[in-house]
Design a protein. Structure first.
Lengths: 264, 190
């Protein structure tokens, strides 16, 4: 099979995954092609299937007993108010938020360390077959870079825990769009831990804005990740990536800070 | 029109208890009904519902009103759980161990392109598919028939039914992508 044929094959298997009709051999093929081609799940296909199914389903009432059980379980997840006061903010984050001056100093230290690390490991990226999703994210990022008149660009500085990680963030206040280009961020198991972006916007609030949860799939050495900010962000001071429990968190305890990009 | 006002899921994402309760009221029936499409067993359907809402509490912040309606997002989570259930069930009688169904990852909006998926547009796109494929889609999604049931009803080999559903789904996505001309994409060039 040519690379293009393999991509078509993967796409068909992905549709089968979403339709729930893959047999054992196809599951194996899915994994192998996914790794070989750097391809991942297709959210659009899944949404289309869901749109068709939700529209067609004849809705029955949820049995009262199950509804009650669901409601009883809610307090476990509705923990925002309870946990907010218990958050310990690490010095870098707090200083970025509360004091721009000291924040820049911290960022400068970070940047210096980061440049040193970059100089030591200029590993070239291996050429790879581009996935549809990767192509699209890259294209969207390039479009933003080409069109935004107020583009903010900043490099990510890695932390001790992720010394090989490099990356860049681009952001436009006017368009409320941004993308991260991340290299050498380790693959995560989405069922266990996920990366989460936080946008520090001192003009808005002390609390950073959630910029979305994301995964680094196997084989993706460089990934372009769109920023998903449900709240408007203006003049962001920093972008911080943390590692969180699967599904992300409402408020980060920042136990694992992966990388930081400041916009000075 | 995709929902643009602040919806209940965005409040769920903020950890608001009242929004979660509202969510159970608003989407409980939908999730339950999807679960029942995949299993007639009451207790299994209950498990699917529980797991779907747990997913929802954890991943509501991923919902993007620009790409889908809340109903579609919730339906997507319910489908995932229901299909996982079916995979696990179908594994039971087999003698040879299958690869872990759970190891197949789920898509997330963060790792794949965001295509606007409104039910109306999807239905319009479906109309551009061959008549026979439309019929297979209708039997599968509207009537809730399984692939073998469809194969028996219309007299096509099972493999053909499977392939037409898969390729039809891809084609619908490509038609929607072409409609979103601003976003260049790999598949729209096929």
């Amino acid at each position: 099979m040519s690379p293009q044929e393999k991509l078509y094959r993967f796409e068909e298997l992905e549709a089968g995954r979403i339709l729930g009709d893959l047999d054992a051999a196809e599951v194996k093929d899915w994994h192998e092609l996914s790794e070989e081609l750097d391809c991942g799940p297709d959210f659009s296909l899944e949404l289309i299937a869901a749109a068709l199914e939700t529209e067609a389903v004849q809705e029955e009432a949820l049995p009262a007993g199950i509804a009650e059980l669901l409601r009883q379980g809610i307090p476990k997840y509705a923990s925002l108010e309870e946990t907010e006061t218990a958050i310990i903010r690490p010095p870098i984050w707090r200083s970025l938020i509360s004091s721009p001056q000291s924040g820049w100093a911290a960022a400068a230290i970070f940047a210096a360390l980061f440049i040193g690390m970059l100089a030591k490991q200029p590993e070239p990226l291996k050429p790879s077959v581009k996935t549809p999703s990767e192509l699209s994210s890259k294209a969207a990022r390039d479009q933003l870079v080409g069109n935004a008149k107020d583009l903010i660009e900043s490099d990510f500085g890695a932390t001790d825990a992720y010394p090989k990680m490099t990356g860049k963030v681009v952001w436009s206040d006017a368009l409320q769009q941004g993308y991260m280009t991340l290299t050498n961020l380790p693959v995560n198991d989405p069922g266990d831990k996920q990366y989460q972006l936080w946008i520090v916007d001192p003009s808005r609030d002390e609390k950073p804005v959630d910029g979305g949860v994301f995964d680094i799939p196997a084989g993706d050495r460089t990934a372009v990740i769109p920023i998903r900010n449900p709240l408007a962000v203006t003049n962001p001071a920093a972008f911080v990536i943390t590692l969180e429990q699967a599904g992300g968190v409402v408020v980060s305890k920042q136990e694992v800070v992966v990388a930081l990009a400041t916009t000075s | 029109m995709i929902e643009s006002k602040i919806g209940v899921l965005q409040e769920v994402a903020q950890g608001k208890k009242h929004a979660m309760e509202q969510c159970v009221t608003k989407y409980g029936g939908l999730v339950w009904s999807i679960a029942r499409r995949y299993t007639k067993d009451h207790s299994s359907a209950e498990d699917i519902v529980q797991e779907t809402f747990t997913d929802l509490w954890k991943s509501a912040h991923r919902f993007n009103p620009a790409t889908a309606a809340e109903t579609t997002f919730v339906g997507m989570l319910a489908r995932r759980r229901a299909i996982d259930y079916v995979r696990k069930e179908s594994r039971q009688p087999l003698l040879e161990p299958l690869p872990e169904a759970e190891s197949l990852p789920h898509a997330s909006p963060e790792t794949s392109p965001a295509l606007r998926c409104e039910s109306q547009d999807v239905r319009e796109a479906l109309k551009q598919l061959p008549q026979e494929t439309q019929q297979i889609f209708s039997l599968h999604f509207d009537e809730g028939m399984t692939h073998p049931e469809i194969s028996k009803k219309i007299g096509l080999p099972l493999g053909t039914v499977k392939t037409r559903l898969r390729r039809g789904l891809i084609e619908v996505r490509n038609i929607l992508r072409q409609a979103e001309s601003a976003q260049p994409s790999f598949s729209s060039n096929r």
